[in-house]
Design a protein around this ligand. Structure first.
Ligand code: NDP
Length: 327
């Protein structure tokens, strides 16, 4: 028997609970992994609380991230005791996820844990940190170098936002952090933000074009916030857009794109090819220190996952949540 968070949906409604389940509950996979740590992302909180249509089949074990030890593999890529890392690929949505003591997985989804990271550090980073790195890579690819000017990061206290600030600051960018939690300014400055902005200045409907300020931006908010960011990106700048914490709409016009040559670079982490994943993870491992990872994350056990998911949906969680499976 193994412990797992299980989401069910039937005539009794949508519900999540911690259960002891038989291993036969797990699907087919060519590789068995003893899960050491998982995490709680925004997407996991949507799934657990039922506030967003993340889970595509029921029952489901949530958890889009995991790190663990291979116990058995039919693939010649992995052997027992190898430490492996998984983000996305529909795990926790259509395939049983990481919030369980064991996972049965497709070896094509796994990457070896980067040598510089411990399993716990990898889950302090998780999909949020890896997505932040993909966003930084999107800015770089579009020529947004530190000398071009300030970079705006929205959802600053969230997982993606916290990592985006820390990574950009390490790379020498001037970072402005937008947040609804001004009381957390000290944390944001510790991560490397040069200035903290009230998110209200971005969240209301704005003009198609505004004063040019940002050389680039990393946005996990969407909606009016993303529209206002596009309107105030400097000529030739880029916005890396990855999230929808305010909403999935984008009430913008073509003006920033056709008059200022602004690039809106969409960033998806879920189906990202393995080579990009390995590059992003290696760069994070090289850039971030243990102290930064400790600053950004805290650890809970499987028993606290459902309560913490509700807090995350209410905007009461700062940074990243690691879930330790043996706790
Ligand atoms: P978190 O919950 O950790 O952070 C979200 C942050 O957004 C909050 O901390 C808050 O920051 C801000 N926020 C929340 N609600 C609102 C609102 N109504 N208006 C404006 N700001 C708001 O989530 P993550 O960082 O893990 O994820 C952020 C987004 O990115 C989510 O939409 C998620 O689905 C998406 N995502 C997408 C990925 C992809 O592959 N494209 C991968 C990972 C995440 P503050 O308190 O500082 O204002």
């Amino acid at each position: 028997m193994i412990k797992a968070i299980v989401i069910e949906k039937d005539e009794q409604g949508y519900r999540s609970s911690l259960q002891e389940i038989n291993e036969t509950f797990l699907p087919e996979g060519d590789t068995d992994v003893e899960v050491l740590y998982s995490t709680l992302n925004y997407k996991d909180a949507l799934a657990i609380t039922g506030k967003g249509p993340v889970v595509r089949q029921f029952p489901m074990i949530p958890g889009i991230d995991l790190v663990g030890k291979v116990t058995k593999s039919k693939s010649d890529k992995f052997s027992p005791d190898d430490l492996v890392l998984l983000n996305g690929f529909g795990v926790g949505e259509t395939h049983m996820g990481g919030l369980a003591e064991k996972a049965t997985l497709n070896s094509d989804w796994l990457i070896p844990l980067p040598k510089k990271l411990s399993p716990k550090q990898a889950m302090a980073i998780g999909t949020a940190g890896y997505t932040a790195m993909l966003c930084v890579m999107a800015l770089e690819k579009n020529g947004v170098t530190p000398d071009k000017g300030e970079i705006l990061v929205t959802g600053a206290n969230g997982g993606v936002g916290s990592f985006a600030i820390a990574l950009l600051a390490k790379l020498g960018y001037q970072v402005v952090a937008s947040t609804g939690r001004a009381d957390q300014s000290e944390y944001l400055h510790t991560l490397g933000a040069n200035e903290v902005l009230d998110r209200k200045t971005l969240s209301e409907p704005g003009r198609p074009l505004a004063k040019e300020r940002w050389a680039g931006a990393i946005d996990s908010i969407g909606s009016h916030t993303l529209a206002n960011i596009c309107a105030s990106i400097k000529y030739g700048g880029t916005v890396a857009a990855c999230g929808l914490a305010q909403g999935m709409d984008l009430p913008s016009t073509v003006m920033p794109f056709i008059l200022r040559g602004v690039t809106l670079a969409g960033v998806d982490s879920v189906m990202r090819p393995i080579e990009d994943r390995i590059e992003a993870w290696q760069r994070i491992a090289d850039l971030l220190s243990d102290a930064t990872l400790n600053e950004i994350s805290h650890t809970i056990s499987l028993d606290n996952v459902i309560e913490t998911a509700n807090k995350l949906m209410n905007g009461q969680i700062r940074g990243r949540v690691i879930v330790e499976l043996s706790k």
